[in-house]
Design a protein around this ligand. Structure first.
Ligand SMILES: *Cc1c(COP(=O)(O)O)cnc(C)c1O
Length: 462
């Protein structure tokens, strides 16, 4: 499989180069040159197979040519052995045709582990083959940092440097990063905000000399390697509730559009999908775009679902590329107008195509709290605020018949305050994290200055 940039001015690359590159050199995002397909007979043959077997089948056409199939299968088996349950992404019946797909049984209790546990191993394998090392540089407002650290810890070909805003993330979030003892993990407690952290990371990547000497790479949500493994759970869940013989709807709580995009990939592969329902919190750029065709940047507000507090969803560009008939010049023009004006509108025919494929709605914090309480009362299940956004969206956009699978993206114990306020129940951390608050921490305090981060990146690693 070869990959092309959505902006059409970057070299065509195989999967391993796309993985290491992240963003294309023309500022675009890499997408497959052509979509592979899994026909109905093949899909049917996957019903009842293990999660790793299905994931191997789904991921394989996207990595073919870059690694061999046995290696992919063992890498996926190794990645998902870190999960707390053998099903990896189990389904829970909420009643009334609604199912919860639990994506949070990985090391850091959020769905990003499903992709990052694979991506860390892919990076390590590709770099080892090339005899190279890289430093993964990440800015985090809380959750991405720990998922990236768990993906990279102890990997021979990788270091990871994570910048977090000191004093502005929860103690559990901080400790999930700072208590990891591996020597290749470096946490920087930045005296500043998350925006400062992000600006510092951007400045490091923009500095070509630093980028080269420190061997910087990104594992952020636009990395194609993160999208592909996520398509697998759409397939396992749909098969479990009756696909391919009946269409299934999915509801997805969304921020950067990576998770929904993976659902769209599963649909392009041939998975019959009734609807893809997108839920956003108050930061509703995505919901507004999918319902009106207007893409407009707005200020970000803090909500009870912080992992979805996103102003412009970075993966949307991949969908826009498809909607514009893969016309890279048209997309380039659209993105240039958007970056100049902060607002752009797609033609009516494109909006029509969007509305055929997606439903979208915005769910505010009060409805999130009501949904958490109602889900506990009706189904006896405690869900986190992100999951509640998806459930509320599913309820509002519910198709007339057929099952709905709502994606559960974080364990309730990851957001205990919001869950307790809504339901009266304070969910405990799993036993393996019970002593988290007593483990020794390790972080380097730095001012919010490029020179300080550069000094860390340029110093020799132990
Ligand atoms: C990252 C995240 C999301 C949003 O996923 P996107 O792929 O960015 O749309 C939703 N819920 C949780 C818990 C997350 O960590």
């Amino acid at each position: 499989m070869k990959y092309v940039s959505t902006r059409g001015r970057a070299p065509v690359l195989p999967f391993d180069d796309v993985l290491l590159a992240g963003l294309a050199v023309d500022g675009g995002l890499y997408v497959p040159e052509a979509w592979p397909t899994l026909d109905t007979a093949r899909l049917r043959s996957l019903a009842g197979r293990s999660y790793v077997e299905v994931a191997t089948e789904v991921v394989w056409p996207f990595v073919e040519g870059a690694l061999d199939r046995d290696l992919l299968a063992s890498l996926l088996a190794d990645a998902y052995a870190t999960f707390d349950v053998p099903e990896v992404c189990p389904l829970v019946d909420l009643g009334g045709g609604t199912w919860l797909l639990e994506l949070f049984h990985g090391p850091t209790l959020a769905f990003k582990d499903v992709a990052l546990q694979v991506v860390g191993r892919l990076f390590d394998h590709v770099l080892a083959e090339r005899g190279e090392r890289r430093t993964i540089l990440v800015a985090t407002s809380g959750d991405t940092g720990s998922a990236a650290i768990e993906a990279c810890r102890g990997r021979e070909a990788l270091d990871i440097v994570v910048l977090f805003p000191a004093g502005r993330i929860s103690e559990v979030q901080r400790r999930q990063m700072t208590t990891v003892p591996d020597a290749n993990v470096h946490c920087l407690a930045v005296d500043g905000t998350f925006d400062d952290c992000q600006a510092l990371v951007k400045a490091c990547f923009a500095d070509a000399a630093l980028r080269a000497t420190a061997g910087l790479s990104a594992m952020n949500s636009i990395n194609w390697g993160r999208v592909v493994p996520q398509a697998a759970y759409y397939v396992t869940a749909a098969l479990a509730v009756g696909a391919p013989d009946r269409p299934v709807a999915f509801a997805v709580p969304s921020g950067n559009f990576g998770n929904v995009l993976a659902g769209d990939v599963a649909r392009r592969l041939g998975l019959p999908m009734e609807r893809l329902v997108v839920g956003t919190n108050r930061n509703d750029t995505l919901a507004r775009f999918l319902t009106t065709g207007v893409l407009e940047r707005r200020e970000v507000h803090a909500t009870t679902s912080p992992a979805m507090d996103v102003s412009v969803p970075s993966n949307l560009e991949r969908l826009l590329f498809e909607l514009l008939g893969r016309d890279a010049a048209a997309l380039d023009d659209l993105m240039a107008r958007f970056s100049a004006a902060g607002r752009v509108e797609v033609p009516p025919a494109v909006l029509e195509a969007v509305r055929t494929g997606f439903d979208a709605t915005r769910v505010d914090d009060d409805e999130v709290a009501e949904t958490m309480a109602a889900t506990l009362e009706r189904s006896g299940v405690v869900v986190d605020p992100h999951t509640a956004v998806g459930l509320a969206a599913a309820r509002r956009c519910r198709p007339d018949d057929g099952p709905v699978v709502a994606l559960s993206t974080a364990a309730p114990s990851k957001f205990p305050d919001a869950v307790e306020a809504a339901t009266g129940v304070r969910p405990p951390l799993p036993a393996r994290l019970a002593d988290l608050l007593h483990r020794p921490e390790r972080a380097t305090p730095v001012p919010a200055e490029l020179a300080a981060v550069r000094a860390v990146l340029e110093s020799p690693r132990p």
